[in-house]
Design a protein around this ligand. Structure first.
Ligand code: 0O2
Length: 221
């Protein structure tokens, strides 16, 4: 590759990665708007935490080789859907679905894929809702449709996933059987906690609603 080609290649790659950065910004803004509006309507904040990241060029290249695709920008654009990733942590499972529905129904978002590992957890116990969304990014001379992976989970699911991730890499992807079983058990405990917290939360909302109804009744009579 001569110097001129290298310069062109570098410029193309930078612009390519920029589209993912812009897509992240767009979806982050959407999430922030939903968060503020939801807080206003429901009088509590459904989102505990939002974290986004761009996949490094090294991981993109590794993944494209692992999957056996050619190393071209168009093959990357078509086949790697998690270059832009956003992780949202919610308090309650119902918030996950509410947020997911609100995102999925937005007119400028195309839903490419939805994997519900909450309804069907992975064999190791992993739980989360994964969405692959596509948003239009308006550049100076073109519009690119760009994929963003959104993972939505509860605090308990996130706690589990970060420990499992550490263990998985600590043992170089070959986790001893007893730890695999303990992790599976911990995942079940986390799911049970999520259900309990959701029920308590619902009971609290019911009390709050009936108190409010009573207040209105007193005002009327
Ligand atoms: P990182 O560092 O988080 O980016 P693929 O993405 O094509 O390899 P698939 O089936 O399309 O596989 O994706 P999947 O399994 O729906 O989701 C992939 C991402 O979800 C992972 O990204 C993790 O972030 C998360 N994830 C999926 N399964 C597990 C799991 O068992 N444990 C934990 N801790 N996280 C999981 P990456 O690329 O692996 O890593």
């Amino acid at each position: 590759v001569d110097m001129k080609n290298l310069r062109v290649l570098k410029a193309e790659l930078t612009r390519f990665m920029m589209t993912y950065k812009f897509a992240l910004d767009e979806v982050n803004t959407k999430i922030d708007i939903l968060k503020q509006e939801f807080s206003y309507i429901h009088e509590y904040n459904p989102i505990e935490h939002v974290k986004s990241r761009l996949k490094s060029p090294e991981s993109i290249v590794q993944k494209i080789y692992r999957k056996g695709y050619p190393l071209t920008l168009s093959a990357i654009r078509e086949n790697i859907q998690d270059i832009a990733g956003i992780r949202i942590t919610c308090s309650f499972i119902s918030d996950i679905y509410e947020l997911s529905n609100m995102l999925q129904s937005q007119k400028d978002i195309t839903v490419i894929d939805c994997n519900d590992y909450i309804k069907s957890p992975k064999p190791n116990g992993y739980q989360s809702l994964h969405l692959i969304l596509q948003v239009p990014v308006f550049m100076s001379d073109r519009v690119e449709m760009v994929c963003v992976e959104v993972q939505i989970r509860t605090i308990a699911m996130d706690f589990w996933a970060s420990l499992e991730h550490k263990i998985y890499y600590k043992y170089n992807k070959e986790v001893p059987q007893y730890l695999v079983e303990e992790l599976k058990e911990a995942a079940n405990t986390a799911a049970q906690l999520d259900r309990k917290m959701e029920n308590i939360h619902k009971e609290m909302l019911d009390i709050k609603n009936s108190d409010e109804e009573e207040d209105i009744y007193e005002l009327v009579i």
